[in-house]
Design a protein around this ligand. Structure first.
Ligand code: GLN
Length: 535
C-alpha cells in the first residue's frame, strides 16, 4: 500500500472491556490479509512507564525485547500477532509531557508559550506517525487507554480528531463500548453506548465502527437502533459476546466482517476472506482437549492479571500438548502461615511455577514451595525471583548455609547467594534502571534446558531484575547437584539453573513468558507442561 493507514481504538462506558484483545484481533485479521501491521498503546497516566506501579493497580508489567517496561496489553499484541514491539509501541502521558518539557528547556520552542494544543497534541501525533514512517507499516493500530470522558484522555482525543481531519479515510476510529443486560427487565440497554458516542462526537470524532461488548446476543433490531442513533453504518455495528477464550475473538470478528468493514472505510479493495489456518488449528486443539493439566502458580498477588503472560504461556503450551490448562493461584503468604487448604492445593498440582516478584512479602512461602517440589520430585519452574528462591532453598537445605539469602531481602546475610549485579550498585534512580530486555544466553549441551530448547545452544531471552546468582558459589552448587546450565556469554551471569536428577526442576533468571505466542509456544513452557502431564 502506498501510505500507512491509522486505526484508533477507543473505549467507552467502562474499562476492562478488552480493547487490547480487540486491537490484537484487528492486527491478526489484517496480517492474514497480507498487511504489515503494528500495534501501539497510549496510557493516559503520568508515570513514565508502568515499571514502578504495583501489579494490584495495573496488572503485570510486560517487557519488550528492547527493554521497555510496558502495559500488559503489549503482551496480547505480541501473543496474537507474533510482532515484536519496541519502546515506540508504548507511550504514556508522562513520557509525552517529559519530552515536550525537555524540548522547552533545550530551547526548541524558543519564544513560544507551550500549550496542550498544539504542543502536546503534536507530540502525540508525532509518536503515532513515527511508527508508520520509520518501519513502513501498512497499518498502525493505536489503542487509547482509559475511558472516553476521562479528563486525562482529552489530549489524545484531540490528536485523533486532528489526524482524522488531516488524513480523511486513511484514519478510522473504532469505538468499543458496553451494552449492559438488565436482568429485572430482561433487556439489553444501548443508552450508555449512545452517550459514549455523543461524548466522542462532542470531541469532534465520529466513530467509524462500533464494537459492542455484551454478555447476550444483540439482535438486528438493537444493532440497527445503535447504528441509527450513533451515525454508523449497520455493517459497522459489530458485537463482541463473551467467548470461552480470548483467542476466539479474531475469528468472531472476522465472521462479522470487522476487517472487511475497516477496509471498505479506508477505500481498500476487500477481496476474499482469508483462512486463519494455523490459528484455527490451535483453537481446534483447545476445543478437542479433554484431559487437564493442573498447574499451581505460587506468588503473592492473588490477581489474575498480575501473572498474565505466565498463564497465557502455560495455556499455549497445554494446548499444544493436547491438554486443557487448569491454573490455581497459591498465595505464598498462606503457605508460610501453614494454612492447610493452601498446602492441600499445592500438593494436588501436577506442576508448580514459582512466580517472579520484588521484596520480602511471601518469599518464605516460595522457598517452602520450591523445597516441597524438590523433595517430592514435582515439576517446578522458577521464574526470576522464583529461580532466586530455588537457589536460596538449595543453599539452606543442601549446602547447609542456614542464613543463605538474597541481599534484596537480607543485606547482612553471610551467604549472599543472590546479590546485586555489579552494574546495579551505583544506580540510585528507581524507574527503568533494572537489567531489562533481551540478553544472550549460552546453554550447556546435554542439559535438561538444552533438551527443552531442542538443542539450540545460544538463545536470547528478556530480563527484568536487579539481583543475580552470585558466581562465588557456582562451584559449590554444581558439585552438590544444582547445575548452572545457562550463562550470559558476555557478563558470565547465571541465567538458568537445574537439578538434572529431578523430573523437571529449572529456574530461569530471565522471563520466558514474555515471548510465548499462540503460534509459537515457548519451548521451556512446552517442556515443563510435558513433564507435568501424568503418564
Ligand atoms: N526482585 C528480584 C530482582 O530484582 C527478581 C525480579 C523479578 O522477579 N522480576 O532481581
Amino acid at each position: 500500500m502506498a501510505s500507512t493507514k491509522y486505526i484508533f481504538v477507543t473505549g467507552g462506558v467502562v474499562s476492562s472491556l478488552g480493547k487490547g484483545i480487540i486491537s490484537s484481533s484487528i492486527g491478526k485479521l489484517l496480517q492474514a490479509r497480507g498487511f504489515k501491521i503494528t500495534i501501539q498503546k497510549f496510557d493516559p497516566y503520568i508515570n513514565i512507564d508502568p515499571g514502578t506501579l504495583n501489579p494490584y493497580e495495573h496488572g503485570e508489567c510486560y517487557v519488550t525485547a528492547d527493554g521497555m517496561e510496558t502495559d500488559l496489553d503489549l503482551g496480547h499484541y505480541e501473543r496474537f500477532t507474533g510482532i515484536r514491539t519496541t519502546r515506540h509501541n508504548t507511550q504514556t502521558t508522562g513520557r509525552i509531557y517529559k519530552a515536550v518539557i525537555d524540548k522547552e528547556r533545550s530551547g526548541e520552542y524558543l519564544g513560544h508559550t507551550i500549550q496542550v494544543v498544539p504542543h502536546i497534541t503534536d507530540e502525540i501525533k508525532r509518536r503515532i506517525r513515527y511508527l508508520g514512517e520509520t518501519a513502513g507499516y501498512d497499518f498502525v493500530i493505536t489503542e487509547i487507554g482509559g475511558t472516553i470522558g476521562d479528563i486525562e484522555s482529552a489530549p489524545f482525543l484531540e490528536a485523533i480528531r486532528q489526524m482524522k481531519w488531516e488524513m480523511g479515510c486513511d484514519a478510522v476510529c473504532i469505538h468499543l463500548t458496553y451494552v449492559p443486560y438488565i436482568k429485572a427487565a430482561d433487556e439489553l440497554k444501548t443508552k450508555p453506548t449512545q452517550h459514549s458516542v455523543k461524548e466522542l462526537q462532542a470531541n469532534g470524532i465520529q466513530p467509524d465502527i462500533l464494537i459492542l461488548r455484551t454478555e447476550k446476543h444483540l439482535d438486528d433490531h438493537l444493532r440497527a437502533k445503535v447504528a441509527g442513533f450513533c451515525n454508523v453504518d449497520l455493517e459497522c455495528v459489530i458485537q463482541s459476546e463473551d467467548l470461552p477464550s480470548i483467542y476466539e475473538v479474531p475469528v468472531n470478528m472476522q465472521k462479522q466482517g470487522l476487517d472487511a468493514a475497516i477496509m471498505r472505510k479506508m477505500g481498500i479493495p476487500v477481496g476474499e476472506t482469508p483462512q486463519l489456518g494455523a490459528w484455527n488449528r490451535f483453537l481446534q486443539m483447545r476445543r478437542e482437549a479433554t484431559e487437564t493439566v493442573n498447574i499451581g502458580l505460587v506468588g503473592k498477588y492473588d490477581l489474575q492479571d498480575a501473572y498474565k503472560s505466565i498463564s497465557e504461556s502455560l495455556s499455549h503450551a497445554a494446548t499444544y500438548n493436547n491438554r486443557k490448562i487448569h491454573i490455581t493461584f497459591i498465595n505464598s503468604e498462606r503457605l508460610e502461615e501453614d494454612d492447610a487448604p493452601s498446602w492441600d492445593t499445592l500438593k494436588n498440582q501436577d506442576g508448580l511455577v514459582i512466580c517472579p516478584g520484588f521484596g520480602q512479602r511471601g518469599i518464605q512461602g516460595k522457598i517452602m514451595a520450591a523445597r516441597y517440589a524438590r523433595e517430592h520430585d514435582v515439576p517446578c519452574f522458577g521464574i526470576c525471583l522464583g529461580m532466586q528462591m530455588m537457589v536460596i532453598e538449595f543453599a539452606r537445605d543442601v549446602l547447609g548455609y542456614a542464613d543463605a539469602d538474597s541481599t534484596e531481602m537480607n543485606p547482612d546475610t553471610s551467604h549472599n547467594v543472590i546479590d546485586l549485579m555489579e552494574e546495579q550498585k551505583s544506580v540510585t534512580q528507581m524507574g527503568g534502571t533494572m537489567r531489562l530486555g533481551e540478553y544472550p544466553c549460552v546453554i550447556r549441551p546435554g542439559s535438561r534446558a538444552a533438551e527443552a530448547y531442542e538443542g539450540a545452544d545460544n538463545i536470547r531471552e528478556r530480563h527484568r531484575h536487579r539481583y543475580e546468582f552470585n558466581n562465588a558459589y557456582r562451584k559449590k552448587y554444581e558439585s552438590a547437584g544444582m547445575q548452572c546450565v545457562g550463562v550470559n556469554p558476555d557478563a558470565d551471569l547465571v541465567e538458568m539453573v537445574e537439578i538434572p536428577q529431578h523430573k523437571w526442576y529449572i529456574g530461569t533468571q530471565f522471563h520466558p513468558e514474555y515471548s510465548s505466542t499462540v503460534l509459537h509456544p515457548h519451548p521451556l513452557f512446552m517442556s515443563f507442561i510435558k513433564a507435568s502431564i501424568k503418564e
